[in-house]
Design a protein around this ligand. Structure first.
Ligand code: GLN
Length: 487
């Protein structure tokens, strides 16, 4: 039986506008669903039960007065524990930030709340967004709703799991090297990383500032387009934010663009690069687009084999710098010690988990005198080559299609002691961040074991609209996104 919690944002909006359901009933339905399943899924690190219901009541009253702030006023969403707000704590999955309450609202949450959306809770993540499985969280374990013995992906694993498990219709995440697209793929939902600069990073806790970007999770491309429209736009408080006007992403969903050319990168679909079941599902998805009139062309991204090394050098260097601010004085956790120096040392030793420490150490190393040229500068040069690869590829196609993740969700615990193996699971997503491009992951089927597979579509800078149009055309032809995990 279908309940309110089975509905998408775009299905709920007319129900609420037409008086068929109240905002309170909708928010309550998702909270009930969380109460039923989240002990097993572990998507949320905190729920705002009373506050969310109070905001839903306020929305109902505003709607009754004819003062709806948007079609989404009073509808729920979940937020990754990395976007700050004065109304709830932000811990970034870390002990060092536990109990931290920011004095200001992130720009993304300001947009979301101006539209009247109700934050039902904050979702679990790898500490400081460093990881691909959510297992680096200091707060709790999140499971994959399709198989509770497996990882949900990461770092935004809680947001992906919350949407997959129908604990929220949509959610926000952040993506530095795949953290929206990869968990979306592993949990069978839609995830979009916008172009670098399309969405403000003001109030997003920084991991690697030249790569970080906020984006939506949803079950349908239409909902993802809707949420992107709410959060995108120029922000004078983020110097990397783009001035270009925000198009109407939902209007762009009308149909597959005429004469669309889909580029298939030779390197990404090589037999040895991915699980055969994943490749098979991705090829089948491309055939669906071909049947709708898309033309496929083979392209080459010759520097992709250097993607992982380049990404991890750059993100660790930036992380070592960004995370120097956690000194035990200004934020969250402090360890008491007899001297200032010892206080710094023990606060950081006790506050950070092993993966974060590994990255601070390696990042500091690659930036240090004598090694900077060999590692950091070299990585920046290769980053430019990777960007040029994409520019050349887009001369002969409009979007690129690849798997999002080389394999489906793996068993919890399998890769925690093997960081390199964990890093390699990001092979298809990191180059998109290095080039600053938009990337969309859309569910494109299941493995024989019933695990979701994601199709990644990569677009030209600021061309989210084409990605979303292709994703929507695909969802019109397929019903993978309507499958519900049994919980
Ligand atoms: N898995 C990648 C990493 O560990 C990407 C993380 C992210 O996008 N935040 O860095």
């Amino acid at each position: 039986m279908s309940t309110l919690a089975d509905r998408t944002l775009c299905e709920l909006a007319p129900l609420v506008a037409g008086g068929k359901a109240s905002c309170r009933e909708v928010v309550q339905a998702f909270l009930d669903r969380s109460a039923e399943v989240d002990a097993r899924v572990g998507a949320f690190v905190s729920l705002r039960r009373e506050e969310a219901l109070r905001e839903a009541d306020e929305a109902d009253r505003a709607r009754a007065r004819g003062e709806a702030r948007s079609p989404w006023h009073g509808l729920p969403l979940a937020v990754k524990d990395i976007l700050v707000s004065p109304d709830f704590d932000t811990s970034c999955g870390s002990r060092i930030l536990r109990g931290f309450r920011a004095p200001y609202e992130s720009s993304v949450l300001r947009h979301v709340r101006d539209a009247g959306l109700v934050v039902v809770g904050t979702t679990n993540m790898d500490e400081f967004a460093m990881g691909s499985s959510c297992e680096n969280s200091a707060l709790r374990q999140t499971a994959n709703p399709w198989d509770l013995t497996r990882v949900p992906g990461g770092s935004s694993g809680g947001s992906a799991a919350a949407v997959a498990a129908r604990e929220a219709p949509v959610a926000l995440g952040s993506d530095t090297g795949g953290s929206i697209r990869q968990p979306a793929a592993l949990c069978g939902v839609v995830g979009l990383k916008p172009t670098y600069g399309r969405v403000s990073r003001y109030g997003l806790v920084a991991f690697a500032s030249s790569l970080d970007q906020v984006g939506p999770f949803a079950r349908t491309v239409e909902d993802a387009a809707t949420l992107l429209g709410v959060i995108a736009g120029h922000d004078p408080r983020d110097s990397t934010s783009v001035g270009q006007e925000v198009p109407d992403y939902v209007a762009a969903l009308a149909g597959l663009p005429d004469g669309l050319r889909v580029g298939i990168p030779r390197e990404f679909l090589a037999e040895e690069g991915a699980d055969p079941e994943v490749l098979e599902r991705v090829h089948a998805a491309i055939r669906v687009l071909e049947a709708r009139g898309a033309k496929t062309v083979e392209v080459s991204l010759p520097h992709s084999p250097y993607g992982i090394a380049t990404y991890y050098l750059i993100c660790m260097a930036e992380a070592s710098s960004n995370l120097s601010r956690y000194d035990g004085v200004k934020y969250g956790f402090r360890s008491e010690a007899p001297t200032l120096d010892e206080m710094y040392r023990s606060s950081r030793s006790e506050g950070f988990g092993p993966e974060v420490k590994r990255r601070i150490l390696l990042g500091t190393f690659v930036l240090s005198a004598g090694y900077y040229d060999a590692y950091y500068r070299k990585a920046q040069q290769v980053r430019t080559l990777i960007r040029h690869d994409f520019e050349s590829a887009f001369e002969s196609c409009d979007v690129l299609a690849t798997p999002t993740s080389p394999g489906p969700a793996w068993p919890l615990g399998e890769r925690v002691d093997d960081p390199l193996k964990m890093y390699l699971s990001d092979i298809f997503t990191v180059t998109v961040n290095l080039a600053g491009l938009p990337g969309l992951s859309v569910p494109c089927g299941f493995t024989g074991a019933g695990l979701p597979v994601g199709l990644q579509l990569i677009g030209r800078p600021l061309d989210e609209a084409t990605l979303l149009a292709v994703g929507q055309a695909y969802q019109r032809e397929t019903d993978w996104h309507t499958a519900v995990p049994e919980l």
